[in-house]
Design a protein around this ligand. Structure first.
Ligand SMILES: Cc1cc2nc3c(=O)[nH]c(=O)nc-3n(C[C@H](O)[C@H](O)[C@H](O)COP(=O)(O)OP(=O)(O)OC[C@H]3O[C@@H](n4cnc5c(N)ncnc54)[C@H](O)[C@@H]3O)c2cc1C
Length: 394
C-alpha cells in the first residue's frame, strides 16, 4: 500500500479543512454538546446537515447523478479524518445518508429515486431502519413482521425494536415477511413505509446514558402501497445484503476510539481543569502508550480493508477484525479513563461540575453500543473463526 496522499487528495483535504474552519455548525460547541438534551442536539444536527448540504458536503460517497459528491474511497476516508479532527457532530439524517439512500440508488425505481433521494440529502425527510425485532437481531432472517398483499397495497403487522431515530423519521426502510411458507431468507420483502400512516406507534426507549436514540415501533395493520416495495416481492434478502454492505463500510467504529484516545492523551499530558485528583504516573503513561499502539495496529488493518475497496473488492473479513478490535479497545480505554479521572469523571452530562462537558461519563455509559450495533462482538468472532482461521463450525 502507498501511504502517501496524492496532490489531488491533499487539495480535497485542504478544501474541506478550510471550509470547516470558516463554517462551524451553528450553535455547536463540542465542549458543551453533550450537556444538551437529545432534542436540542437533533436541532443542531439538522441545521448542520442543511449547512453541509448547501455547500455540497453531504452524501459525498453518493454518485453525482443523485446529488452526491461522487467522492473516491480515499476522499471518504479523508472526509472522516477531518470530521473527527475538527470534532464535528453527526448529521441528523445519518440513516438516510448511510443506508436508505444508497439502497434506493441501487434497488429503487426511477420514480422512487426522484421522490426520496433529494429530501434524504437535504435533511427534510429523516429515515430510520426497521430491521431488528425482539426475536431477530443477529439472525435478522428470522424476522416475524408480516406483510400481506391486499389489492393495491400490503398490510403490515408486527414489531420492530432498536429503531434509531424513528421518533424523528418520516420514512422507514422496513423488512417484513411476505411468504411465511418459503425458507426464511427467501420470503422477505423490503418496503418504504411512511411513518405517518395510521396504525404505527413509536415508543422511545430510555437508555442508561439518558438518551432515547432508539425505539420500539409497532405496526398494527398498516397499509403500504405496492409502489413502495423496493426490488421485487420476496427479494428483500438481496436488498438487505446491499444495505448491510453499506452499513459495514459506513458504520464508523474507528472514529470514536480515535477521539477517546486523543482526549485521554490530553488528560495525561496536561490534566483536566475541574478534576479533583488525576494522578498520572509512569504506569498510567505506559498504559496510554499501549492503547495508542493498539490503535495504530487497528488503523493499519483498516487500511488493508481500504486497499480491498480501492481494488474494487467487497469488504472482507478485515472489517470484522477492525469492528471487533476497535469497539473492544474503546471499552477498555473508557474503563481506564473512568478509574483515572475519579469522582469528577463520573459526573453525568447536564450536571455541574463535570469535566470535558460530561464527555467521560457519557462515554462510559455509551461505550457498549459499539460492541452491539452493526453486529455483536460474538458474531464478529464467529466470522473471524470461520473465515480467517478456518476453524470448524461450532
Ligand atoms: C445503538 C444501537 C442502534 C441500533 N440501531 C438499529 C436500527 O436503527 N435499526 C435496526 O434494525 N437495528 C438497530 N440496532 C440493532 C442491532 O443491529 C442489534 O442489536 C444487533 O444486530 C444484535 O441483535 P440483538 O440485539 O437482537 O441481539 P441477539 O441477536 O439477540 O444476541 C443476544 C446475544 O447473543 C449473542 N449471539 C447471538 N447469536 C449468536 C451466535 N450465533 N453465536 C454466538 N453468540 C450469539 C449476541 O452476540 C449477543 O451477545 C441497533 C443497535 C444498537 C446497539
Amino acid at each position: 500500500m502507498d501511504f502517501a496522499y496524492t496532490p489531488h487528495e491533499e487539495t480535497f483535504r485542504q478544501e474541506l479543512r478550510t471550509w470547516l474552519a470558516a463554517n462551524p455548525p451553528a450553535g455547536y460547541d463540542p465542549e458543551t454538546f453533550l450537556y444538551l438534551d437529545q432534542e436540542a442536539r437533533f436541532v443542531i444536527q439538522l441545521s448542520w446537515q442543511k449547512q453541509l448540504y448547501r455547500a455540497g458536503w453531504v452524501g459525498i460517497h453518493w454518485p453525482k447523478a443523485y446529488g452526491g459528491r461522487g467522492a473516491t474511497v480515499m476522499e471518504q476516508t479523508i472526509y472522516r479524518q477531518e470530521m473527527v479532527r475538527a470534532r464535528m457532530p453527526e448529521v441528523a439524517n445519518f440513516m438516510g445518508i448511510r443506508i436508505a439512500g444508497p439502497t434506493l440508488i441501487h434497488w429503487g425505481t426511477e420514480e422512487q429515486k426522484r421522490r426520496y433521494i433529494p429530501t434524504i440529502l437535504n435533511g427534510e425527510e429523516i429515515w430510520c431502519q426497521g430491521y431488528s425485532e425482539p426475536g431477530a437481531g443477529s439472525d435478522i432472517a428470522s424476522l416475524q413482521t408480516r406483510a400481506v398483499e391486499e389489492g393495491d397495497h400490503f398490510v403490515i403487522a408486527g414489531q420492530k425494536v432498536w429503531t434509531s431515530y424513528a421518533q424523528y423519521a418520516r420514512y422507514c426502510l422496513l423488512l417484513a415477511r411476505t411468504d411465511p411458507t418459503a425458507p426464511k431468507h427467501k420470503g422477505i420483502s423490503c418496503f418504504i413505509v411512511d411513518m405517518q400512516t395510521p396504525g404505527i406507534t413509536v415508543r422511545p426507549l430510555r437508555q442508561i446514558n439518558g438518551d432515547t436514540e432508539f425505539n420500539e415501533v409497532f405496526f398494527d395493520n398498516v397499509h403500504v402501497p405496492k409502489a413502495n416495495l423496493i426490488g421485487e416481492k420476496n427479494q428483500g434478502w438481496q436488498v438487505t445484503l446491499t444495505t448491510l454492505m453499506f452499513e459495514r463500510v459506513t458504520f464508523d467504529v474507528l472514529s470514536p476510539v480515535e477521539a477517546v484516545i486523543e482526549q485521554l492523551i490530553e488528560v495525561v499530558k496536561v490534566g483536566t481543569p475541574g478534576a479533583l485528583a488525576v494522578h498520572v504516573d509512569t504506569s498510567e503513561r505506559q498504559q496510554e502508550a499501549r492503547f495508542y499502539t493498539e490503535l495504530q495496529a487497528i488503523k493499519y488493518s483498516s487500511l488493508r480493508q481500504l486497499t480491498r475497496q480501492l481494488q474494487g473488492n467487497p469488504p472482507g473479513p478485515e472489517s470484522s477484525l477492525v469492528k471487533l478490535a476497535a469497539s473492544e479497545l474503546n471499552m477498555r480505554v473508557v474503563q481506564f479513563a473512568t478509574a483515572l479521572l475519579g469522582q469528577t469523571g463520573q459526573v453525568v452530562s447536564k450536571s455541574e461540575p463535570g469535566i470535558d462537558g460530561g464527555y467521560w461519563m457519557h462515554c462510559a455509559l455509551s461505550t457498549h453500543l459499539y460492541t452491539i450495533a452493526g453486529g455483536t462482538s460474538e458474531i464478529q468472532r464467529t466470522i473471524l473463526g470461520e473465515r480467517v482461521l478456518n476453524l470448524p463450525k461450532g
